[in-house]
Design a protein around this ligand. Structure first.
Ligand code: ZN
Length: 442
């Protein structure tokens, strides 16, 4: 990042004074806070070594410890990016999407994967994505891994090595990505075993078909046998008939599945009639499914027809879900690949765009949890994505004070604090991947 807007002292104990926090990300209530209409309150945060010592109402106590004056700039816990595709990322220059549609994205990725996704290629692009995440202030990332045919044996070992190398910087989780009918037969068992050995999450793309319930039964059985959590790509279209989400919810209830389960996208819910929506949301709530929306990728792909201006935003019913108590998160999804031509693994950008696309404002309320505490809970990371005494001092300090300031600019002068110290990480240059973008030697 460019030079931070404040400098932290290089001492064990110091105060971050006069920061504005979204109270929704506090692990526990702080006495005496004065909330503004936007759910923000001024606090002082004592950093003690790698941890948060205390959080108090601003200007409660004075001592002679070094202090950093934030002058009202917002303080967030580090972000959690719940749904990414680090294996696909950053191939745009060699595999662009010719017309920007979902179908063309599938084709472009399939061709590129078959031709180019060997160890080094996947590892270098994955690492590039993680470096972006880290520098922008993300603490944990879940990535999907294309696992068709020979790709599983390449990408999963790369992920395991990467997860080990990044331990303590970015917590990594991985989910298998194949059409769910790929789990039929002994190949399905082998793939589920690979996922289990790799500490991954089972799942896949739940396409609508006559076989969807049977395919889901198979995935659930494989997950239960191995004690795995589940994560699906669901109904990523504006097709009113795409209704895999209630089928997954019914499978949860049928199998009495007790693991964590996440469904991504769920776009088509937004174009379905109210009575269908009601029934589906009841089932999702009952099944304990969490939902992650991918607003930037949805906006890019959904409603795209060459030569025609898009008429819908492509995102699922975030407000209606949250109102029912369904845990909802937003995340990056694809970065600079045929599914989304842009993106930088910056969860502030995701939050800013989600706020605009899905109206996560008026009020902003507890929406900051959608990129912090809620995805951390889905990933089973109880000490991540929230602010509280005794929790790691993993923070992002912003110059922006109010929402209209924070979300107006990219906050490129943010200061990422990890274990109480200012992070010295810069964004990698896109040029670093130039050699991967040329034609492969035949
Ligand atoms: Zn995805």
């Amino acid at each position: 990042m460019s030079a931070g807007f404040v400098r932290l002292p290089s001492v064990e104990r110091y105060w971050l004074r006069g920061g504005r926090v979204p109270v929704a990300v506090l692990a526990e209530p702080v006495p005496g806070l004065t909330l503004d209409a936007d759910g923000l309150a001024l606090v002082d945060i004592e950093v003690t070594g790698a941890q948060i010592g205390r959080i108090e109402r601003a200007e409660m106590t004075r001592d002679d410890r070094p202090e950093v004056r934030l002058e009202g700039g917002q303080v967030w816990p580090c972000f959690v990016d719940l749904h990414t595709h680090l294996d696909k990322g950053h191939i745009w220059q060699r595999a662009p999407n010719p017309d920007g549609t979902f179908r063309a994205a599938q084709r472009a990725v399939a061709d590129d994967r078959a031709a180019r996704w060997r160890d080094e290629d996947v590892a270098r692009r994955m690492e590039f994505g993680l470096r972006c995440s880290y520098a922008h202030g993300t603490r944990a990332v879940r990535t999907h891994l294309d696992s068709q045919g020979p790709q599983a044996a390449i990408s999963w070992p790369v992920m395991r090595a990467m997860r080990k190398a990044w331990m303590g910087r970015v917590e990594m989780q991985a989910t298998v990505l194949v059409p769910i009918d790929a789990f039929a037969g002994p190949d399905g068992e082998r793939l589920a075993d690979l996922v289990a050995e790799s500490g991954g999450t089972l799942g896949g793309v739940a396409y609508m078909s006559d076989a969807v319930d049977a395919s889901l039964d198979r995935v659930f059985a494989l997950a239960v046998e191995r004690g795995l959590d589940l994560d699906f790509h669901v109904d990523e279209s504006g097709d009113v008939g795409a209704r895999a989400l209630p089928r997954i919810a019914r499978a949860v209830l049928r199998h009495r599945f007790t693991g964590r389960i996440l469904c991504g996208h769920c776009c088509s819910l937004a174009v379905q009639p109210p009575e269908i929506v009601e029934e589906t949301l009841d089932l999702v709530k009952q099944a304990g499914i969490a939902v992650v929306s991918l607003p930037m990728c949805n906006l890019y792909l959904q409603g795209r027809e060459p030569g025609r201006t898009p008429r819908w935003r492509g995102v699922t019913l975030l407000h209606e879900m949250k109102a029912r108590g369904i845990p909802v998160a937003v995340a990056s999804d694809n970065c600079r690949d045929p599914y989304h031509g842009y993106g930088d693994h910056d969860m502030l950008e995701v939050f800013r765009e989600a706020t605009r696309i899905a109206h996560l404002d008026r009020p902003h309320g507890d929406w900051p949890r959608a990129v912090t505490a809620t995805p951390a809970d889905v990933m089973g990371l109880a000490r991540v994505g929230r602010l509280g005494a005794g929790l790691p001092a993993d923070l992002v300090l912003f110059r922006g004070r109010h929402w209209s300031e924070l979300l107006a600019r990219p906050q490129s002068d943010r200061v990422v604090v990890r274990d109480g110290r200012a992070l010295d990480a810069t964004l990698p240059d896109h040029r670093e991947l130039d050699d991967l973008m040329t034609e492969p030697a035949s």
